[in-house]
Design a protein around this ligand. Structure first.
Ligand code: BDR
Ligand code: CA
Length: 311
């Protein structure tokens, strides 16, 4: 069955690859892409979303700009990873498509209010500000959300932006808390799984061998953002975080994890945005998320090449 999804994103090279994978997948119907401030400010994430849809040859996908800062904090960005534009690593033409004038949060609310019960899957790939704001403004939409599959958090891998926290949750922990306490069916792709989805030279060469412009762009992006993680972690490649969300929707059998309780730390300065994951079941707190921790990475990269090369 075709899944109706809304992608909420802060592109970002890995967000871009996730969006391309979704747009290349006939089993997914992308109802819209909502942009949020995160890796770079909102003006750039929404500009990048336009470039990505044009690159994919899908100018008809509705694009919306959303929140330009977290629900209760100053924005923190990640140009040190993604470059000044957020999409450094390939040169793309000035996009011609326009953003819709509706605010992303209103698009999410209106679309869900008009949808049947449990019919739309939300796919957040950045800070959870748009989703948290929508849930706060219109809690009635919860019934019509089928699932939220998101990239964020970490347990064994702890943090990438601070010693304790992963970037997406760190940037807007209050929004994340709303999502994790919402009772919605949640699937979480934390660093524990994305750090096993490492790019490598063989994959980049395979992409280049496709003789496909989009694959060349993906190779360029990947090679750019790799430099940061390769230096930091000493690995051969970099974690391709966000496409895990889309790959999970297409091929959940590539992933495994545990249904556990996950709470968000919002109070402490030291551990702000930490995902406190009860992996070992040491509390009585009820499970609220499927927390992924393993991936068939060969299958994952095969899926990416096969689908994206057909765009
Ligand atoms: C997450 O943060 C961003 O830098 C990536 O796009 C990904 O969504 C990884 O921590
Ligand atoms: Ca992202």
């Amino acid at each position: 069955m075709i899944k109706n999804i809304i992608i909420d994103s802060d592109p970002g090279q890995d967000d871009a690859v996730a969006i391309l994978l979704a747009l290349a997948s006939p089993d997914l119907n992308v109802l819209g892409i909502t942009c949020v401030a995160g890796n770079v400010p909102l003006s750039k994430t929404s500009f990048n979303a336009k470039q990505i849809c044009e690159l994919a040859g899908k100018p008809e996908i509705p694009l919306f700009a959303g929140c330009d800062r977290p629900m209760g904090r100053e924005l923190v960005t990640a140009e040190h990873v993604h470059g000044k534009t957020g999409l450094d690593g390939a040169t793309l033409p000035e996009p011609k498509i326009e953003l819709k004038t509706t605010h992303a949060v209103d698009f999410i609310i209106n679309t869900l209010r008009e949808a049947p019960k449990k019919s739309i899957t939300l796919c957040p790939l950045g800070p959870l500000t748009n989703i948290g704001t929508a849930l706060q403004k219109a809690p009635d939409i919860i019934d019509n959300i089928k699932q939220i599959v998101l990239m964020g958090g970490a347990y064994f891998e702890v943090g990438n932006i601070t010693p304790a926290a992963e970037f997406n949750i760190f940037v807007d922990p209050e929004a994340a808390e709303i999502v994790f306490k919402s009772g919605i069916d949640l699937v979480v792709a934390p660093l524990d799984v994305t750090h096993k989805a490492l790019t490598n030279q063989a994959w980049v060469s395979e992409l280049k061998a496709q003789n496909n412009t989009i694959c060349d762009v993906v190779a360029g992006w990947t090679s750019f953002f790799e430099r940061f993680d390769v230096e930091k972690y000493g690995t051969e490649g970099a974690p391709l975080h966000d496409p895990c969300v889309i790959a999970y929707l297409i091929s959940p059998e590539l992933f495994s994890g545990r249904h556990i309780n996950v709470e968000i730390e919002t109070k402490s300065e030291l551990t702000r945005g930490m995902t406190v994951a009860d992996w070992w079941g040491v509390t009585d707190r009820p499970a609220n998320a499927l927390f992924l921790n393993d991936i068939d990475s060969e299958g994952y990269f095969r899926l990416l090449t096969t689908r994206i090369s057909k765009l």
